[in-house]
Ligand binder design. Structure first.
Ligand code: CP
Length: 308
């Protein structure tokens, strides 16, 4: 049984297979109506549980559509309306769900909840985001980069802003796919040192540069995310805005990157905060391709987990 819990916990060769399969499956749909099934329906007869303990637009819709395109069925469950972690242990929930469904996708807060679900489930579990990482998003982002610019290995990515869970998954991907990552942001919001160490151990160049314009020099892509994440307390908002304002991705920062650089953001965005409208809607931006590619990348992840 194969879970998809994190990019750094998945074999490099499997990650590459998933990216290539995602691109091939996207090409194979060839403009057909979104609600129609694929030519192959490897999830026929399969039931997938999509559990959300946090809000979601992209993850929820892309998993639901992806499963259906591959011939399977979904049930979308809200953590609040389940016994998850309240009346019932995570372990018992995992055991019970495993009697009904073929795969569990979980978006939750603590990484420990995801790991406990995976330990006790007898079906594969996919990480749909925790406070620690967001691997499905970065698989979609690699699909996006490669469809625009070709192989990602050896390229320079710049993460500007908060070294959050999405940043950790970018660092895991740097180590697994062989690209370099420069973090630029305030010291108080540095990325998880374990993610930095993983990328460096795998031979990626990971730099921490406090000056955002210096960091952006020669970048192949500049990536950012919201200044206040879903797991951050509302009380931190003002302090974070003050700390992160110098790291806003704007036209001046993009001008330091390579002329054909990409601007990436996993969305949802707070426009004109972490990135200006000019950049988000400008010629470097691939943000809506990133959203669409959640569908294609996750279809490949589902096939990997189910071995179909
Ligand atoms: N990027 C992302 O995970 O979006 P949602 O929170 O809308 O699922």
């Amino acid at each position: 049984m194969k879970h998809f819990l994190d990019i750094h916990k998945t074999e490099q060769s499997d990650l590459r297979t998933m990216i290539d399969q995602a691109i091939a499956m996207k090409d194979a749909r060839n403009g057909r109506p979104k609600g129609t099934p694929d030519d192959e329906t490897p999830l026929a007869g399969r039931m997938v549980a999509l559990i959300f303990e946090k809000p979601s637009t992209r993850t929820r819709v892309s998993f639901d559509v992806g499963v259906r395109q591959m011939g399977g069925q979904t049930m979308i469950l809200s953590g609040k309306e389940m016994q998850l972690g309240h009346g019932e242990s995570i372990a018992d929930t995992a055991r019970v769900l495993s009697r009904f469904v073929d795969l569990i996708m979980l978006r939750t807060f603590e990484e420990a909840t995801l790991l406990e679900m995976a330990e006790h489930a007898t079906v594969p579990v996919i990480n749909g985001l925790t406070d620690a990482s967001h691997p499905c998003q970065i698989m979609a982002d690699i699909v996006t980069y490669e469809e625009h610019r070709g192989p990602i290995a050896g390229h320079k990515f710049v993460w500007s802003g908060d070294g959050n869970n999405v940043c950790s998954s970018w660092l895991h991907a740097a180590g697994q796919f062989g690209f370099d990552l420069t973090f630029t942001g305030p010291e108080t919001l540095d990325p998880d040192p374990r993610a930095v160490a993983f990328a460096r151990e795998r031979g990626s160049k990971v730099e921490i540069v406090r000056d955002p314009f210096e960091a952006a020099k020669g970048a192949d892509a500049i990536v950012t995310d919201t200044w206040v994440s879903m797991h951050d307390p509302e009380s931190a908002r003002e302090r974070r805005h003050n700390q992160l304002r110098p790291y806003q991705v704007n036209a001046e920062m993009m001008a330091k990157a390579k002329p054909d650089s990409l601007f990436m953001h996993c969305l949802p965005a707070h426009r004109n905060e972490e990135a200006t409208n000019e950049v988000m809607d400008g010629p470097h931006s691939v943000i809506f391709d990133e959203s669409e590619n959640r569908l294609h990348a996750q279809k490949a992840i589902l096939r990997y987990c189910l071995g179909v």
